[in-house]
Unconditional design. Structure first.
Length: 225
């Protein structure tokens, strides 16, 4: 899940001498949530649509169009932009970008190439697309969620049982967070299980005491234990 595979490479940028009105026009006419600000091809700041709204005069709705244009033209983008900019190198993982966004409470990151110049932008939407793709959730199928004792081979034992029933593994996600010590949560997304085989596996896993969620997305069947 490399950032370079999921980032937006067609970047809309703004020159550092531009006005707030220039930024407002771009946000109104493009599907973007942030504008990198450049000076001689160097990234010097970032402006979001929220920054533009917050920087606009509170009585802007009472002004006519020509007055709004004049006021916004007088506001330099450098007085509104955030600087220094939180960025991420192009050779990082999408998960690292997500962690950085959470850490800084931001919705996107400029991506810097090997030459230190901006090469793209990765947003929350890009991360969601990546997540949906790698979980395989758009392909329906089945989902089993387990709380397993963390010991060697435990996940492999479960996947072997699924595969012996004819299921294909679409994705496996595992986490040690939000669970008891020495345990892990494991979500397995499968394909090609018939309703009968799904029910047989669900019953078998449930009686093992390790299953806490099972869903056949193809049929809309969901069980929480």
């Amino acid at each position: 899940m490399l950032i370079s595979q999921w980032m937006s490479k067609h970047i809309t940028t703004l020159h550092h001498e531009a006005s707030l009105n220039d930024a407002a026009r771009l946000f109104a006419t493009r599907i973007i949530s942030m504008l990198p600000i450049l000076k001689d091809d160097e990234l010097v700041g970032i402006v979001t649509d929220g920054d533009v709204k917050n920087a606009s005069p509170p009585d802007v709705l009472l002004m006519d169009n020509s007055e709004v244009t004049r006021v916004l033209d007088d506001i330099r983008i450098t007085t509104v932009m955030s600087s220094p900019v939180v960025t991420i190198p192009i050779d990082r993982l999408v998960t690292e970008a997500a962690e950085k966004m959470l850490q800084h409470s931001i919705s996107g990151l400029p991506v810097l190439g090997y030459d230190g110049r901006i090469a793209g932008v990765i947003s929350k939407g890009d991360i969601f697309r990546c997540y949906v793709c790698f979980t395989g959730i758009k392909n329906d199928g089945q989902v089993f969620a387990f709380r397993l004792l963390d010991k060697p081979g435990i996940v492999q034992n479960v996947t072997k049982i699924i595969q012996k029933s004819g299921g294909r593994l679409s994705s496996i996600m595992t986490s040690f967070d939000e669970t008891e010590p020495r345990f892990r949560e494991v979500f397995i997304h499968t394909l090609n299980l018939s309703p009968e085989k799904f029910e047989n596996l669900r019953t078998k896993f449930y009686h093992s005491g390790e299953l806490f969620y099972a869903a056949d997305l193809s049929r809309g069947v969901r069980n929480i234990y």
